[in-house]
Write a protein of this length. Structure first.
Length: 254
């Protein structure tokens, strides 16, 4: 969506603060021995208390309120009573929701407890690259140029990017134009970021794979060549200068 009134900006801020707070609290609450369903239920209660509704559940009938992916699962992991978190797991939580007609989206990958499997470097790379990408976004910048920046920064660190997972517009629904904000230079995409538009910027930084494939459950995605992936995501408003990060409250850069 494009922000045209103060009321719209206030609505987007409120929805974004709700998903950001939920993501931060879920990341803090997660601990070894807990099932991903327990973690999802905790997030669902926070969203409910804030008056927000799960976006993947509303939009797609997703079998959970948040997406929780562990280790080799890249994204869209289904919360489960049988999936028990372990020390050192690479965990990704993606929280998106609707609140009073406005939709916002954010995500966080983190190492649970001690970094016994050495995932922290990948997590840090994803965070740093997202920060650099957002710091270079303003009205008039080519979307493909930000994709090139993300891929270049990943390669510098010895990583790859997932080419069929992208950021997207957001605001009045979960996915809006621009429909694809890729993590590489898509030469066919001639779109530019527009001032006052609301977009969800995501990094998909991987150790081995370049594409994500869907498992038989119809939701969970894994890498075409295995390995691990870290994702971080903020919802922002594009300006003429520094972007307004609406989900900053999630604390992924802290």
């Amino acid at each position: 969506m494009s922000i045209t009134t103060e009321a719209e900006l206030a609505g987007m801020k409120k929805a974004s603060e709700a998903v950001a707070y939920t993501l931060k609290e879920m990341s803090r609450y997660a601990q070894p021995g807990m099932s991903t369903k327990q973690l999802d239920d905790y997030g669902a209660q926070i969203l409910s208390d804030l008056g927000a509704k799960s976006a993947p559940y509303l939009t797609y009938g997703f079998p959970g309120y948040t997406c929780i992916s562990v280790n080799n699962e890249f994204c869209h992991g289904i919360p489960s009573h049988s999936r028990i978190l372990q020390e050192g797991d690479l965990v990704n939580i993606d929280v998106s929701a609707e609140l009073e007609g406005f939709w916002s989206d954010n995500g966080n990958s983190f190492v649970l407890g001690a970094d016994i499997h050495r995932h922290q470097q990948l997590v840090d790379a994803s965070k740093q690259i997202l920060h650099k990408a957002i710091s270079n976004i303003k009205g008039g910048v080519r979307i493909s140029d930000i994709g090139y920046l993300i891929e270049t920064e990943a390669k510098k660190r010895g990583y790859k990017v997932i080419k069929n997972l992208t950021g997207h517009g957001v605001g009045r629904s979960l996915h809006e134009a621009p429909s694809e904000i890729a993590n590489f230079r898509d030469r066919l995409n001639r779109e530019r970021f527009r001032k006052n538009s609301v977009v969800a910027i995501e990094t998909f930084i991987a150790t081995d794979s370049t594409y994500a494939e869907t498992l038989k459950d119809g939701w969970t995605m894994v890498g075409n060549r295995g390995g691990f992936m870290a994702q971080h995501e903020h919802t922002i408003v594009v300006t003429d200068g520094q972007a307004m990060v609406l989900t900053e409250r999630n604390g992924i850069w802290n």
